[in-house]
Design a protein around this ligand. Structure first.
Ligand code: SF4
Length: 445
């Protein structure tokens, strides 16, 4: 039996057995191979779905390997964001400074590609050699007449979560710089959906059916002009609260825009997201349309889910995802199709989030913050999970243990939000868990 690092006490609990709450928000412990990525990576995750912007990474070429190919995010128009640009710093630039190289790369790329804005990401070595990225951006912005925004995201500053905050600060510099887009009295910004597989298009359909205007999507399928006008919306609706709640709070402070947290995954949460927005606007017509939409979608979905629930009843799932709200929605959605969650963990949840997660899990469920492959493998063995739901870094754990894996993150190709998304999810869980291939896999657990 694996022994866990003593200093991680409090970051691993079993519901019904351990009395305390799960502690979140701690820095990763040295010696524990955290699944968390670096600050730069966190900032890039949030910003790069802005499709008509240039994204230039000031640093060694290796930092730029984190590209669109690793994390899909769909655009209904421009494709500029899919290209990864780097100043490719070498030894001589580390010795003599990289500002001239940054200036030339930035100027040439803007001339060549005509982006609507440019984001310049500062990586570890740039922080070490002390290039003045801010002043290069300022100079190019004045010369090229587009917003050029430094993203001071040196990897060593902390973890991926710190990168989210830096990205929010970069977005805040863009918001409020244009007033030309009309906003209806029932307008919202969607914060924290990255349109990995077209989720935003589902939400656009739902919100337009109930008479609510989506002003800006931050940042999935994002456009610079919309973001510059985001301060005109009447409400911020925040999905991935781990990445975007900071921006929502900044906008509340600066522009007085209220915000609410929602999830678009699973029947309950999707319906609440529509009802809560309708309630906020205190408009009977919007509420009535929301009711009709939910009723009509459910009359289709509930019978369609029934056979999957029957087949999957009693199966067990392990969840390890980025944020706690995603984990909470997953526990509820799995329960809807008869699957019990036996492990629930996240990279970036905080203690308050974990109280909610613990409350909805069953006794015996292992809850874990900032885990690593050794711990996760051990938990799967202990609980006998049939399925692992996670992202790109959890996939090999499931494969090595010989259990099914469902991608709930970067690599998936099916939208999982909304009512159709719930059906897609049920089909994927079913196809994974019930696959005949498991008959031929020796027991490696
Ligand atoms: S930790 Fe530093 S060097 Fe490594 S990818 Fe992140 S920014 Fe680049």
């Amino acid at each position: 039996m694996v022994k866990f690092l003593q200093d991680r006490e409090g970051q691993i609990i079993t519901k019904g057995k351990d009395s305390g709450d799960l502690i979140g928000g701690r820095p990763s412990l040295a010696g524990s191979v955290s699944q968390r990525a670096c600050v730069f990576c966190g900032s890039r995750v949030v910003l790069y779905p802005i499709a008509d912007a240039l994204h230039l990474i000031h640093g060694p070429i290796g930092c730029a390997s984190y590209t669109w190919d690793i994390r899909g995010s769909l655009s209904s128009g421009p494709q500029l964001y899919r290209s990864s640009y780097s100043t490719d710093l070498r030894e001589q630039h580390v010795i003599f400074g990289g500002e001239k190289r940054l200036y030339k790369a930035l100027s040439d790329l803007i001339t060549e590609l005509h982006p609507k804005a440019a984001f310049v990401y500062s990586t570890c070595i740039v922080g070490v050699i002390g290039d003045d990225v801010e002043s290069v951006c300022k100079k190019v912005q004045a010369e090229k007449n587009i917003p050029v925004i430094p993203v001071m995201a040196e990897g060593f500053q902390g973890s991926k979560k710190d990168g989210y905050k830096i990205a929010c600060e970069a977005l805040a510099r863009l918001i409020g710089t244009d007033d030309s887009k009309e906003a209806s009295p029932y307008s919202i910004n969607i914060l924290g959906d990255f349109n990995l597989a077209g989720e935003l298009w589902t939400l656009q359909d739902y919100y337009s059916r109930i008479g609510v205007q989506i002003m800006t999507t931050l940042t999935g399928d994002g456009r610079v002009k919309d973001i510059r006008n985001a301060h005109r919306a009447k409400l911020n609706v925040v999905q991935c609260s781990g990445s975007m709640i900071y921006l929502a709070k900044l906008m509340k402070e600066k522009y007085g825009i209220p915000y609410m947290k929602v999830s678009y995954f699973g029947i309950e949460d999707m319906s609440d997201a529509l009802y809560d927005v309708a309630k906020f606007f205190k408009n009977d017509e919007i509420m009535e349309k929301a009711r009709r939409l939910v009723t009509s979608e459910l009359s289709r979905l509930v019978p369609a889910l029934a056979p999957y629930k029957k087949a999957l009843e009693g199966k067990k799932a392990a969840i390890y995802v980025g944020g706690a709200f995603k984990a909470i929605s997953l526990v509820k959605a799995l329960r809807l199709i008869g699957v019990k969650t036996v492990i629930a963990g996240t990279q970036t949840g905080n203690t308050e989030d974990y109280k909610l997660l613990k409350a909805i899990c069953d006794d015996g469920c292992i809850l874990v913050d900032d885990s690593n492959p050794v711990e996760l493998s051990e938990f799967v063995k202990r609980t006998g999970a049939d399925l692992f739901i996670g992202g790109v870094k959890e996939r090999p754990i499931a494969h090595k243990l010989g259990i099914g894996f469902v991608d709930h993150n970067h690599e998936r190709k099916h939208a999982l939000s909304g009512y159709n998304g719930m059906l897609n999810f049920a089909k994927e869980v079913y196809a994974t868990v019930m696959s005949p291939v498991w008959r031929f896999v020796r027991d490696v657990k």
